[in-house]
Ligand binder design. Sequence first.
Ligand SMILES: Nc1ncnc2c1ncn2[C@@H]1O[C@H](COP(=O)(O)OP(=O)(O)O)[C@@H](O)[C@H]1O
Ligand SMILES: [Mg+2]
Ligand SMILES: [Zn+2]
Length: 457
Amino acid sequence: MARNTITYACQQCGASFSKWAGKCDDCGAWNTLAEERKEAPAGPGKRVIGRRISLEPLHCLTKKSDLPSRMQSGITEFDRVSGGGLVPGSATLIGGDPGIGKSTLLLQLTCKLAGAGLKAAYISGEESADQVRMRAQRLGLANATVELGTATNASDIAASMDGPDKPDIMVIDSIQTMFLPSLDSAPGTVSQVRASAQELIRSAKNNRVALLIVGHVTKDGAIAGPRVLEHMVDAVLYFEGDRSHHFRILRSVKNRFGATDEIGVFEMIEAGLAEVPNPSELFLADRREDVTGAVVFAGIEGSRPVLVEIEALVAPSSLATPRRNVVGWDTSRLAMLTAVLEARCGVPLSGRDIFLNVAGGLKIHETAADLAVAAALISSVTGRPGPQRTVFFGEVALSAELRQVAQADARLKEAAKLGFENAVLPCPRKAAKKVTGIKTAQPKTLGELIEIMGGIS
Ligand SMILES: Nc1ncnc2c1ncn2[C@@H]1O[C@H](COP(=O)(O)OP(=O)(O)O)[C@@H](O)[C@H]1O
Ligand SMILES: [Mg+2]
Ligand SMILES: [Zn+2]
């Protein structure tokens, strides 16, 4: 006997609970639990007899010509992040804050794919057809052969992926507006978002349509966020960036058909999103050499080296608990680094406010940034700029020893390409390969880094 039970689902992470609570036990978010009706599964004693499934040999897929070919848009930054083009029958989730540019990106993408001779459909559940047309006009894409639909019924949309005139690519903008009529709950709830996505993904897989699902990142608990879908899709791309900057970064956090942590960099201009083929140039554009507390980090984002400026400001604090304000890096990593600098090297940081900022709105996830952050902190404390035309990278251990990080060569080459002349990186066990045009300094410990920075006095 099917029973209707009430559960409480966290709209942020999708965890479900039998009792309401102010805080989600799973992800720790506050005020995100919302009531949801759930069809209880058929009880014991009601076994459903399954049908035999059909199996097929693996080897028939090894003929090159039978393999699904990837659909490339020609927007290089997108194609790389997607792992080399969209795969037929795959589902990709594009998450991001409202207004960050998801609709713009996907409209540009579908127009490009349609221009390449593919059949692309754009389904908007948020905007009217005229609103989408107006955007297309602004982006100079008014003549694109994209097919436009406005619908929110996920069963209807799933049915439209079938048939002889089925699309090759379909965009759903956004999943939070979609609903299945068979479900009681309102669009945007965890159960509607999941059930609609499941229906759409099932149909996309059966009909070999590349499905792109837009999911708004939500701040309050009223609407389910894209995280509740992450496990259902083949690839998860997040579109991030600071709204006050015009850079936008598309990052793959999951990809069954490609590398994760790959990034694509775009710039929001009047005519839409423009590709940024060399992000280092852009991130360093406003840089001045002689500023205290600012150093350049040679990072790796996905398969690509990216140079970015890290700024630190250490200032006397009037608060009992000094401020630790971090933009673009991990707050707990900063806490660890300040503790090591203070306890092992005597750099006076406790009782002071620390502001740390990664320029350009980039979010850094690498521990290789430790050394650059340490150098920026030391420079701010001493009031002396770091060495000129220099990049920094390396990991710091709790013992204040420095550890090597992967792809040192790629980082050094990128630095040389952008006119840097020096690099500070951890001392290797075996001699590092020379990169033309770059002189290296290789400290073993944070103490030696402090010497390179001119000491603390
Ligand atoms: N008329 C306009 N001229 C220039 N930029 C615009 C215009 N209208 C919207 N935008 C830009 O496009 C952004 C909205 O992008 P959109 O693709 O709708 O975001 P999302 O789909 O992620 O909510 C706005 O933040 C704004 O910067
Ligand atoms: Mg939108
Ligand atoms: Zn949660």
